[in-house]
Design a protein around this ligand. Structure first.
Ligand code: PGA
Length: 257
């Protein structure tokens, strides 16, 4: 990990877990456990309905910031059930997870829709965390890099060199999400190297070196240090193991060189 260039991000994706009251309880217990940590950024992505409660507890906190798990690409309009970037900013949301594998594979979001969301996030002052990753069949068929290439080239199609340094990529192999099956360090590092080389050819080395690439998929307290030791892993996106205060506190307290 080259922390001189890239400050690690340790992010919690709570998915459809925790009410506003539970969110308040979690953060009230969590903040004292992480007080004083430095050299890293901690991000919490609660459900939309808990953003208000979370923003109250996190007010003024420099270490822990807020992300949303999704958004629509319009600022307002007749889009029943959707949430706009402006609505998120009202709660001090800094980042937004886009193209998560559950959005792609459970809710059918395609690369073009995700690209529109990435563009809209940037235009409205939110920093996207663009999730990419292959399914098991795709890995077994040897098409992992082809899938990553497609997800990156479409997902980032509207991003210029200046915007690129603000984007965070999360590599999450679909077969590792929620399955307890983490990618091996070699698999993770290889995919991250591929992603960085793609970023390099698209934006140039000076920019690619600044873009943070997170790993996600069954990250836990007992594998965090091994993952964070890999040179191209600049942080993690954690689902299941981020739901418990002590477990997530242990993850974010990981060794950073
Ligand atoms: P997991 O989820 O840690 O439960 O595997 C990761 C994610 O979906 O972001």
């Amino acid at each position: 990990m080259n922390t001189s260039k890239r400050r690690p991000i340790l992010a919690a994706n709570w998915k459809m877990h925790k009410t506003a009251a539970e969110t308040r309880g979690f953060l009230t217990a969590f903040l004292p456990l992480v007080d004083g940590l430095d050299g890293r950024e901690i991000v919490i992505a609660p459900p939309f309905t808990a953003l208000s409660a979370a923003s109250e507890v996190l007010k003024g906190n420099k270490l822990v910031s807020l992300a949303a798990q999704n958004m629509y690409f319009e600022q307002e309009g007749a889009f029943t059930g959707e949430i706009s970037p402006i609505m998120l900013r009202e709660f001090g949301v800094k980042r937004v997870i886009l193209g998560h594998s559950e959005r792609r594979h459970v809710f059918g979001e395609g690369d073009d829709l995700i690209a529109s969301k990435v563009r809209a996030a940037m235009e409205n002052g939110l920093l996207p965390i663009l999730c990419i990753g292959e399914m098991l069949e795709e890995r077994e068929a040897g098409s992992t890099y082809e899938v990553l290439e497609r997800q990156l080239s479409t997902g980032l199609s509207a991003i210029d060199n200046r915007g690129a340094t603000q984007v965070v990529i999360a590599y999450e192999p679909v077969w590792a999400i929620g399955t307890g099956k983490t990618a091996t360090p070699t698999q993770a590092q290889e995919a991250h190297i591929y992603i960085r080389s793609w970023l390099d050819s698209r934006f140039g080395p000076g920019i690619a070196d600044q873009i943070r690439i997170l790993y996600g998929g069954s990250v836990k307290p007992d594998n965090i240090n091994e993952l964070m030791a890999l040179p191209d892993i600049d942080g993690v996106l954690v689902g299941g193991a981020s739901l418990k205060v002590e477990g997530f506190a242990e993850i974010v307290s990981c060794q950073i060189d």
